[in-house]
Design a protein around this ligand. Structure first.
Ligand SMILES: Nc1ncnc2c1ncn2[C@@H]1O[C@H](COP(=O)(O)OP(=O)(O)OP(=O)(O)O)[C@@H](O)[C@H]1O
Ligand SMILES: [Mg+2]
Length: 234
């Protein structure tokens, strides 16, 4: 289990997270939802060790990993697919994937396995990062994270800005990754994607978790709570 217990995080003097407690278990999807600026990306960065904890702790399979840097967490099986994807534009799709293998060696994920998961990437493996479509970049970003052989995957808005047909392919891939036993924290603003995948929901508002529940509890209530949240200041 990957877990934050009462975690706090700051940007300078601004407190972005106030005592977040959130967990994900192997083979489950925890969906983290909330409006713009609620602190969803900051929560994922805190799981990954990219934000220093200003309070609370971080646990990985029963071990306190609060002090560990992102590289150490990555080696222990946590991977983040960031909102901006961070594809190396000057490298081909396959070179982007091989780069991840260089730092993490061999393991359960191979080029063949990620190409089976994302057939489109096999077709586009020689294409430069710059010439990939948004959907292809998202697939590549997920595939590259898998090449680090994670047990826990943190996905920051994987469907954002993509056409419905591409979103469907990404949802299918996430379902397959979960079925392989991965624990996944899925950040989405749009409930369409977590409705197909989430085992648990957490609603984040102004750096606090204000509601948690399962698919059955969520019903229309979650939709109403999300639309009812105040808009961020213009
Ligand atoms: N690098 C940064 N420096 C200072 N403040 C930041 C930084 N990144 C985020 N923040 C602030 O922290 C708060 C949470 O931001 P965060 O990016 O985690 O929200 P989010 O829920 O991911 O939003 P979005 O839906 O827009 O992606 C916001 O008030 C934001 O302005
Ligand atoms: Mg964000």
């Amino acid at each position: 289990m990957l877990e934050l217990r009462d975690a706090g995080a700051c940007y300078g003097k601004a407190q972005a997270l106030h005592g977040i407690s959130l967990a994900v278990r192997p083979g489950e999807v925890t969906a983290l939802v909330g409006r713009n600026g609620a602190g969803k990306s900051t929560t994922l960065k805190t799981f990954m060790g990219q934000m220093r904890l200003t309070g609370g702790s971080r646990w990985l399979d029963g071990t306190d990993v609060s002090p560990l840097a992102p590289e150490r967490l990555s080696r222990r099986g946590v991977a983040l697919v960031p909102e901006d994807r961070q594809i190396f534009a000057g490298l081909s799709a396959e070179e982007n994937l091989r780069l991840a293998t260089l730092s993490h060696g061999t393991g359960p994920w191979t080029l063949e396995r990620v190409y089976t998961l994302f057939p489109r990437l096999r077709e586009r493996r020689q294409a430069q990062g710059t010439s990939l479509s948004g959907g292809e970049q998202q697939m590549l970003a997920i595939a590259r994270a898998l090449m680090t052989h994670p047990r826990y995957l943190l996905l920051d808005e994987p469907a954002e800005g993509l056409a419905p047909v591409i979103v469907a392919q990404i949802v299918q891939a996430i379902a397959e990754i979960r079925a392989a036993g991965m624990g996944i924290v899925l950040v989405e603003q749009n409930l369409h994607v977590p409705r197909q995948l989430a085992d648990h929901y957490a609603l984040l508002d102004s750096g606090r978790i204000t509601w948690t529940g399962g698919q059955d509890d969520a019903g229309d209530m979650l939709e109403e709570m999300l639309s009812g949240l105040s808009s961020p200041a213009a």
